[in-house]
Design a protein around this ligand. Structure first.
Ligand code: XMP
Length: 262
């Protein structure tokens, strides 16, 4: 088996290192592929959520195709779970890791796909991880979408916008880590708003903070986060990220919202 980590430049702070090191500690050698430029190129000019998701999916499977050819492998194993398939088949959103279930034959990318977890929902996936003795940082890890920060930058993705949402995500995750929530994150809006920094007008960025409670991601409730925590996050984000002038908190449950914005 060859483990592959594709660095798309869209991960959270320190995530590539964390994944590679954690797998190395489990005696799994990881092939690290830097595809940052290619992913940004693939997403360039795409504004619509589904268009972005499909562009990400295409680049993801094509990059794997290149690896498959180099390594001469016929099978790619991936961690698609039931919730991914259900949402994609229903047409709610195109999850990056669903192909055959919507009639796309992975042979077009040069390999077959194995999906050992595809009949399980998140709580059962965690049970498998615990049973296998994986470290708790893995078995209890907060879910994170395949297209990563690209779907948390509303509208067109640029390296600069990814930097902003990456920093905001780091702050939100740190300040909410003891809430026992399912997912905590930041979203960068496409719109701007007026603010004041150092006595001067700034037409700056807007960040939404989202933290949700859920079992399996099929439904979710916005968490009633203590106001002091929201205030601290807002203060940190607007202080530490110069272009951000405003933070909002999303109180919408799923449904009618989804967990992610795109
Ligand atoms: P939504 O936003 O549909 O998300 O309520 C449900 C759960 O799925 C995650 N998510 C994804 N996971 N590929 C993934 O592997 C994707 O394309 C994708 N999109 C959303 C999301 O973070 C939440 O946990």
């Amino acid at each position: 088996m060859t483990a592959v980590f594709i660095d798309d430049g869209l991960r959270r702070t320190g995530e590539p290192e964390f994944v590679v090191n954690t797998l190395n500690d489990l005696a799994i050698k990881v092939k690290y592929i830097d595809a940052t430029e290619e992913f940004f190129q693939a997403l360039k000019g795409k504004r619509d959520a589904e268009e972005k998701r499909k562009a990400f999916r295409e680049k993801f499977y094509k990059t794997l195709g290149k690896v498959a050819r180099e390594e001469k492998v016929k099978f790619i194993a991936q961690g698609t779970i039931m919730a991914d398939i259900v949402e994609t088949v229903k047409g709610i959103k195109t999850q990056h890791n669903v192909l055959e279930q919507i009639g796309i034959n992975p042979a077009i990318y040069g390999y077959s796909i194995l999906e050992p977890l595809k009949e399980l929902y998140k709580p059962e996936v965690r049970m498998v991880a615990r049973e296998l003795g994986l470290p708790t940082e893995i078995s209890e890890r907060m879910p994170f979408p395949g297209p990563a920060l690209s779907i948390r930058v509303l509208g067109e993705v640029t390296p600069q916008k990814i930097e902003i949402v990456r920093k905001a995500t780091e702050i939100v995750e740190k300040e909410t880590k003891n809430l026992g929530t399912f997912q905590n994150f930041a979203v960068l809006h496409n719109d701007k708003a007026t603010g004041i920094k150092k006595g001067e007008r700034v037409y700056g960025n807007i960040i939404t903070i989202r933290t949700v409670v859920s079992e399996d991601a099929v439904t979710a409730k916005a968490k009633r986060v203590p106001y002091e925590i929201l205030e601290k996050i807002t203060k940190r984000i607007t202080n530490e990220i110069p272009s951000v002038v405003r933070c909002l908190y999303d109180i919408t449950h799923k449904p009618p919202a989804t967990i992610e914005f795109e």
